[in-house]
Design a protein around this ligand. Structure first.
Ligand code: ADP
Ligand code: ZN
Length: 433
């Protein structure tokens, strides 16, 4: 179902006009309310009058996570604190946290856009959502929570952790939808299979999975193990939180809520805007946000965009899967390696569980990559030769995908630590200075 047809199915011309109008007002607003942006624009010799249509976006300065850190905690807020009703902070996956603030109107837009996502997954008032994203400073829990309430469905504010209780309540309360990271969904699926409650006794049908990169193979694995329809949800605290984009029933890219967030793809090296279809860094301008409006925020997330109208009727720009963050790309012996490439190889092979760990180190001035991976029950063997063959098989596939060799360490099922939130799958022991 489409929650907000007038906004989600506008013609491209209507959309351009709306975005242009909103952009013009946004620039006017930040120029007068945020010294940081005024100074940046003055340095670039531009004034709000230079911004008339969406195409003028390229004239504007970029904003980075570092800018938020340099202005910690409230330096980039565009309204007085008396108008801020909530704070969140990013989870700090890649450094110290950054603080974001929301006005009452920001929160109501956020709830509405999250309701759009849930509706696109086929959920409605009759659904019962177990929200197993962390509640607290992280935007995942509360972000999804208010979307569920706005949709008029029922929310179980589970938060993360306490897996046994999660499973019991999903069962007892008849949860039909589950929101959590893909890595936690896998963990839950395994744990559910170990209980004595048969799968038919659960009503689960929809998974709202995001907050970390995952692959198509990971989706298949989760859908098969948990018996649900798994949908992607994407977002980041700086821009809003979960719900910046979402899949629809066609699962062919994620629809960006582009009446509120203007997307661009730029080259991470030159910062030039790239045409749709090319892979680059995703950049967002928050067209309507009041508390912490951002001009051209560099997400560091790498993906492609398309503006082809989707079969579902929504006209929003869609983003492909995030292949990684430009800052979690590993450079190993000079070759760019994304953890998602390794995940794809592992999940294509029936011999392995979707649980792995990458350890990067340096020996004799040469980078080393060790891939630890769990062998599936039934494929693990005491026969050394069998294990050696299996190692060779995966090593060969990884070599052909990555272009470099990796040391493989096969481990028994359930030995790699499971994650309840964003999975940490890379240990980089190299010291860079
Ligand atoms: P951080 O992790 O930077 O501290 P957030 O908690 O706001 O801050 O996380 C946002 C980041 O999480 C995004 O920039 C992106 O890298 C990742 N992310 C969120 N949702 C998805 C998703 N569906 N697919 C891939 N990556 C995602
Ligand atoms: Zn669609």
């Amino acid at each position: 179902m489409i929650w907000n047809k007038p906004k989600e199915c506008m013609t491209l011309e209507e959309k351009r006009n709306l975005q242009g109008e909103r952009l013009r007002k946004l620039v006017e607003r930040v120029y007068h309310s945020t010294p940081f942006y005024r100074q940046k624009m003055q340095e670039m010799n531009i004034t709000p009058a230079d911004i008339q249509t969406v195409d003028d976006i390229v004239k504007l300065p970029f904003t980075t996570k570092q800018d938020l850190r340099d202005n910690y905690p409230y330096g980039l807020f565009a309204v007085p604190m008396s108008q801020i009703v909530r704070l969140h902070a990013s989870s700090g996956t890649t450094g110290s946290p950054t603080v974001v603030g929301y006005t009452r109107r920001d929160l109501s837009i956020w709830a509405e856009m999250t309701a759009r996502c849930l509706s696109a997954y086929g959920a409605d008032q009759n659904d019962i959502f177990s929200v197993a994203y962390g509640y607290g400073l992280f935007t995942g829990g509360l972000g999804l929570h208010y979307g569920v309430e706005h949709l008029g469905a029922t929310v179980i504010p589970m938060s993360s952790g306490n897996t046994a209780k999660q499973i019991k309540l999903m069962h007892d309360f008849g949860a039909t939808a589950l929101g959590c990271t893909p890595s936690y969904a896998l963990y839950l699926a395994e744990a559910m299979a170990k209980t004595d409650i048969p799968r038919e006794d659960f009503k689960l049908r929809i998974g709202i999975l995001g907050a970390e990169p995952w692959t198509e193979n990971m989706r298949k694995e989760i859908e098969a193990k948990m018996g649900i329809d798994a949908y992607n949800i994407y977002g980041l605290s700086e821009v809003m939180g979960p719900g910046v984009s979402h899949e629809c029933q066609y699962k062919d890219g994620s629809h960006i809520i582009d009446d509120h967030f203007l997307p661009e793809i730029v080259s991470p090296d030159t910062l030039e805007q790239l045409p749709y279809g090319e892979q680059g860094e995703l950049v967002f301008t928050t067209l309507t946000k009041e508390g912490l409006p951002l001009l051209r925020y560099r997400t560091k997330d790498l993906c492609t965009l398309t503006d082809e109208v989707c079969k579902c009727g929504r006209t929003s720009v869609r983003m492909g899967r995030i292949v990684g963050r430009s800052d979690d790309m590993l450079i190993i012996r000079g070759v760019n390696v994304f953890p998602s490439q390794i995940e794809s190889v592992i999940l294509e092979m029936e011999e392995f569980e979707p649980h792995y760990m990458l350890v990067v180190d340096r020996a004799n001035n040469l980078d080393t990559l060790e891939v630890q991976v769990e062998v599936r029950d039934g494929f693990y063997s005491d026969e050394v030769m069998k294990m050696v063959d299996l190692k060779k098989k995966i090593a060969h596939r990884l070599q052909s995908v990555l272009g470099i060799s990796a040391d493989i360490k096969l481990v028994e099922p359930y030995t790699i630590k499971r994650s309840e939130g964003k999975a940490q799958r890379v240990i980089d022991k190299r010291v860079f200075n």
